[in-house]
Write a protein that binds this ligand. Structure first.
Ligand code: AGP
Length: 607
């Protein structure tokens, strides 16, 4: 998830682009750049790090002449966040400059073809491949517009792009497929960006580009085309009433809520280029050439630890690899038994959590191989791990982790399939169900989220006066119960305990009373009868119960929360947003600062 902006008008473009990028920094902030046309020449400036670094490069230069340009703030997916990988990227002839948000899945194939044609590449990015492919298209078709259409017909994946060229000064081309792109109509100026905040101070008249659309704009005109046929497309303009702050939240009240609703896209981005339905297999090139682990230890903290617990059961079941999951702050100080036969997988959203890093370093000292599962390209975990698999969740602004956990579950699911296939322990019919099931998941989650939020609102209001909640789950639902309890604790400050249902009779059941309700995960799986009897023990002590459950299950509780059923382990992807939304609605109803809870930091980098 990066931020892109394009401008053609009467104002100095560079300062306007920089301001627009500042309002898009919530989409990515590890490097940035601009390209602009000045006196018929294509100028490009890029810098590693936050926007301030780019501004330092611009300061002292007279950039006031240029009134056309594009700008990009990056959230790395391909290639570490250094200047050579920052956008914009030029083609080999230096006549085109391109910025891109998204992932070109078949970029390696196209790159190999372009290398055959004599093209050279200065970065590891898929974007540099795309701009050179467009350049090849210009040779083939004779125009930039036709070249973009030609190139898009040859790439798979998600993109929102913008392009400028000194061969058409004053013009910006932009196009989208899956990644967001909006056009803004001004007076004597026009804009394009990945999100409305970028140009909101200048215009509130916007047109939303759909997948497969391409726009050509200059200071006084704009035209949208179907990118495949280049047929003109009429687009209605919409008047936007939001202020910049809520626009950055996409109209949501909090980043946490926005990030919960981003989860369908996050699953899709995590699957992009990794699920080959035709071949019936998972592709994880990051791990190619590495033997599946003989013994696996997952090390993490907080929400990432809960994701690890969930993934461990799948890896054991599908890949028949013994897995233990360790809380990093304990693991790092233990007298560990690890050696070269051990693989340690560090799971971390930020990639900067001190305890997880210390666990990794300890494991490496003892000779174990160390892998990373991380959301931030270029973070310490990703740099210190021997191999790293990225969770494509995009920047997570809210302290309470939501979409990052969803992305961790998705990648752990793929890892279990990948190692299961490599070891030949995964039955073909299970692999087939697992792949088709996860491929269709984003649409199912998307369709259910609004209904889930409604039910979460109702239940949060009903239980807002309680001071404690017990979360119960069994099997694959146990880690989810832990996560539900953590979410409620960290943003609503209500005491919450996450427990394996079977553990209740060994002590915690003593806590049960009407004012200490239970949130149970009672989904259709082989352990449902066990969960049901545990809940009967709770009811026997007048405990009130909210239960996430599936249609048609025989379960009599105070507040059933019925969610649609999908295949096996994928049910977790529908249960998780319910747990997140319940905590969110409770915290919001109680007037808490949801995005910045007290006493908590987004990344715990201290001991
Ligand atoms: C979760 O909502 C919390 N922010 C916290 O528990 C977090 O999961 C933990 O600090 C681990 O962070 P990491 O994934 O960035 O390593």
């Amino acid at each position: 998830m990066c931020g892109i902006i394009g401008y053609a008008g009467h104002r100095p473009a560079v300062p306007l682009l920089i301001e627009g990028l500042r309002r898009l920094e919530y989409r990515g902030y590890d490097s940035a750049g601009v390209a602009y046309i000045e006196a018929g020449a294509l100028r490009l400036l890029r810098a590693e790090g936050k926007l301030g670094e780019l501004e330092k490069k611009i300061n002292g230069r007279d950039v006031t002449m240029a009134t056309t340009g594009i700008g990009h703030t990056r959230w790395a997916t391909h290639g570490v966040p250094v200047e050579r990988n920052a956008h914009p990227h030029k083609d080999n002839s230096g006549r085109l400059a391109l910025i891109h948000n998204g992932i070109i899945e078949n970029y390696q194939e196209r790159k190999n073809e372009l290398l055959e044609l004599g093209y050279t590449f200065a970065s590891e990015t898929d974007t540099e491949v795309l701009v050179n492919l467009i350049a090849e298209g210009v040779k083939e078709t004779g125009s930039i517009l036709r070249a973009m259409s030609w190139a898009f017909a040859r790439v798979e994946g998600a993109y929102a792009v913008a392009l400028v060229s000194p061969d058409e000064p004053g013009v910006v081309y932009a196009a989208r497929k899956s990644s967001p792109l909006v056009f803004g109509q001004g007076v004597g100026e026009n804009f394009v960006a990945s999100d409305i905040p970028a140009f909101l101070p200048y215009t509130r008249e916007v047109a939303f580009l759909e997948d497969g659309e391409l726009v050509r704009l200059d200071a006084n005109s704009w035209q949208v085309f179907d990118a495949a046929t280049l047929e003109p497309v009429d687009k209605p303009l919409h008047h936007i009433t939001w202020d910049v702050q809520s626009a950055q939240k996409g109209g949501y009240k909090h980043f946490m809520l926005k990030e919960i609703f981003e989860q369908p896209r996050v699953v899709a981005d995590c699957l992009a280029g990794r699920v080959d339905l035709r071949a019936g297999r998972v592709r994880l090139p990051e791990l190619d050439g590495l033997e599946p682990p003989r013994r696996l230890t997952i090390v993490a903290c907080g929400t990432s630890y809960h994701a690890g617990l969930w993934g461990a059961a799948l890896i054991e079941s599908w890949a028949r690899i013994p897995v233990r999951v360790e809380i990093a702050s304990e693991f790092r100080y233990r007298d560990l038994l690890l050696d070269g036969d051990d693989v340690v997988l560090a799971v971390s959203q930020s990639g900067e959590t001190a305890d997880t890093l210390a666990g990794m370093r300890r494991a490496r000292e003892l000779g174990a191989r160390v892998l990373g599962l991380c959301n931030v390209v270029g973070s310490t975990v990703s740099r210190e791990a021997e191999r790293v698999v990225y969770t494509q969740a995009g920047p997570e602004i809210s302290v309470a982790s939501t979409k990052a956990m969803c992305s961790q579950l998705t990648v752990l699911y793929l890892l279990a399939l990948y190692w299961g296939a490599a070891k030949g322990t995964l039955p073909a019919e299970v692999a087939a169900r697992a792949l088709t099931g996860v491929h269709g998941l984003p649409q199912v989650i998307e369709a259910e989220l609004p209904r889930m939020r409604e039910r979460a609102c109702e239940l949060a209001r009903k239980y807002a006066s309680v001071r404690s909640f017990m979360y119960l789950g069994r099997g694959q639902s146990f880690p989810l119960a832990l996560e539900g309890a953590l979410k409620l604790k960290e943003i609503s400050y209500i005491h919450a305990e996450g427990y394996a249902s079977g553990e209740m009779k060994h002590g915690p059941i003593a806590l049960i009373e009407p004012d200490f309700p239970t949130f149970a995960l009672a989904l259709r799986d082989p352990l449902f009868p066990k969960v049901k009897s545990n809940l009967e023990e709770v009811q026997a002590r007048d405990g009130r119960i909210v239960a996430l459950t599936h249609p048609g299950l025989d379960l009599a509780v105070d507040d059933p929360w019925i969610i649609p059923e999908v295949w096996g382990p994928l049910n977790a992807f529908l249960a998780l947003p319910c747990l997140q939304l319940f905590a969110y609605e409770m915290a919001d109803y109680l007037g808490k600062d949801v995005d910045q809870p007290r006493n908590l930091a987004k990344s715990v980098t201290v001991e």
